[in-house]
Write a protein that binds this ligand. Structure first.
Ligand SMILES: C[S@@+](CC[C@H](N)C(=O)[O-])C[C@H]1O[C@@H](n2cnc3c(N)ncnc32)[C@H](O)[C@@H]1O
Length: 199
């Protein structure tokens, strides 16, 4: 096979993989939004996989769509399915990823995919030379909620105990200073730094 044909095949493979993974990410975000992972973790286990109708009932979801989404997640190796194709479970060791109170970082990544997809048409117009100069954040709809959730899972654990002491700002924050967080989202980081005033 000559180099050009090989490169073309490689690029096509990358494009197909990207498209498949993007659709899987949408499925993960949908399962997260509808609390499907939590429902599955509640009624199914490695020793007793749950029928999709039990998962649907527990999660107050339609059985038909519940089965479709569980099957997508199982085909993507995110969850497990039994040979009959109707019973599903999350491996016991992986349950925490889908059920922890503060959303798991890796799970949170998928929540950005539907957010970006929602503004696809707007961005396509903004890209054009003759198109609008930019796009208002309000077009994203749920942007701030998702951004906030993401920042919390990424930064909550380490911002105050680890990161701030490394910057040398801890003492100044305890003494009391004024600071400005430009582009602060819902203000999560500023609120966290406010805790220093109680030290
Ligand atoms: C990606 S979000 C990050 C939010 C926050 N810093 C965080 O990490 O959670 C970007 C933020 O910048 C704000 N922003 C974007 N363009 C801005 C502008 N021109 N002037 C002021 N704020 C802006 C948005 O409203 C949003 O709150």
């Amino acid at each position: 096979m000559n180099a050009k044909v090989e490169l073309t095949r490689e690029v096509r493979k990358l494009l197909r993989t990207a498209a498949v993974q993007a659709n899987i990410a949408l499925g993960i975000a949908l399962a997260d939004r509808t609390n499907l992972f939590k429902a599955l973790a509640s009624v199914g286990s490695e020793s007793s996989p749950a029928h999709y109708s039990e998962v649907a009932k527990y999660g107050n979801l339609k059985p038909r769509y519940t089965k479709e989404l569980l099957a997508l997640l199982a085909c993507s190796d995110i969850i497990e399915v039994t040979p009959d194709g109707d019973h599903f479970y999350i491996k016991d060791a992986a349950k925490e990823v889908f059920t922890s109170e503060i959303k798991d970082k890796s799970l949170a990544f998928s929540t950005f995919v539907p957010l970006h997809a929602a503004v696809f048409d707007n961005i396509a117009e903004v890209m054009k030379c003759e198109g609008p100069l930019g796009m208002d954040y309000s077009n994203y709809g749920s942007f701030y909620g998702i951004m906030d959730q993401f920042s919390i899972v990424i930064h909550k654990k380490h911002l105050v105990p680890d990161l701030i002491p490394m910057t040398g700002m801890k003492e100044k924050l305890i003494e009391g200073i004024e600071f400005l967080d430009v582009g602060c989202g819902s203000g999560f980081h500023a609120c966290e730094l406010g805790w220093f005033s109680f030290f």
